[in-house]
Structures are given as C-alpha cells and as structure tokens.
Design a protein. Structure first.
Length: 172
C-alpha cells in the first residue's frame, strides 16, 4: 500500500532444522537463540523445548534446561524428552532419573539404548545389582539391540560374575 512489503512468513520447520544443525556442530549458544526464536513464534513446540533444554544443559544452564524439558513433557510426553531429562538427572544423582527413564521405556519399549541407560544407572549410579541384571537380561532378549546396549549388559554380567568370584574366594 505505501511501498512496504509484509514480512515473509517464517518457515518453522526450516528454523527447527537450523537449530538441529547447530546442535550437531555443538554450537549450543546459537542453538538456544534459534530455539528461542522458534518458541517466540510457537510457544507450544515441544521439540523446540526439548532441544533447547538439551542445549541449555550443554552450556551449563542445567536448571533452565530441566525447566524446558519439563515443559516439553507437559506439552507432549514423548520418550526423547523423558530420556533427556532422565540423563540430566542421572548426572545430578537425582532419584527422579528412574521415573523419567522408566517413562521413556514405557513410551518406547523396544529401545535397547534406553534399557542400557537403566542398566547402567542401576549398576553404577544407584547400585542395585538385581535391577541392573534385570535390564541386562531384557537387552539380551531384544532383537536387533544396539551394539552399545549389548556392551552395557555385558559389563553388568562380567562385573557381577567377577564380584561373586571374589566374594567366594574371600570366604575360602
């Protein structure tokens, strides 16, 4: 009308993919800025909250990252958000990690990597050998489990075996 053009509509998917690319090259400060822009356009984009939460944690803003992941879960409770929040809680030795990882497994029961995380958590973070072996057994029964999941299971089996051998030899 007065020689001004309306701004071009923002392609939300292209913006999201820019954020994903920024994550992939570990430019997390830029990632946060990109996801901020996306959330200014659509405050209900759970994927942006999930990825911004991860990126915030990677730059040291753990409380902000956890808040974003919690918001993502409230908007759309997918296993990726539960898994991300669970991993952060594992690092913080927060007992809520078990609840998050369990929710992730319930959402995606065939995911051997999630089972490996639980296996590791129960064996190394919150020691409970019986639970660790339960998840190790479950991994071994999973068809086409990821190789890293098998490694986690074997670590539990081998450590348990050698620990039992040491205990038995100390009794002799």
């Amino acid at each position: 009308m007065f020689g001004c053009k309306a701004p071009a509509p923002v392609d939300k998917e292209a913006l999201f993919l820019r954020g994903v690319h920024s994550d992939s090259v570990e430019n997390f400060k830029l990632s946060v800025a990109i996801y901020d822009s996306l959330l200014a356009i659509d405050a209900t984009d759970y994927r942006a909250f999930t990825n911004r939460g991860r990126a915030k944690c990677d730059i040291g803003d753990t409380s902000g990252g956890l808040a974003d992941l919690t918001k993502a879960i409230a908007l759309h409770p997918v296993w990726q958000a539960y898994c991300s929040r669970g991993l952060i809680r594992v690092k913080l030795h927060d007992t809520g990690a078990i609840k998050d990882l369990t929710a992730a497994i319930k959402s995606c029961p065939g995911n051997s990597i999630l089972k490996a995380m639980m296996c590791h958590h129960y064996y190394k973070v919150w020691p409970n050998t019986d639970s660790a072996i339960y998840y190790a057994d479950d991994i071994m029964k999973t068809a086409n489990a990821a190789p890293s999941a098998y490694i986690a299971a074997m670590d539990v089996y081998l450590d348990s075996y050698f620990a039992s051998r040491l205990t038995a030899s100390s009794r002799s």
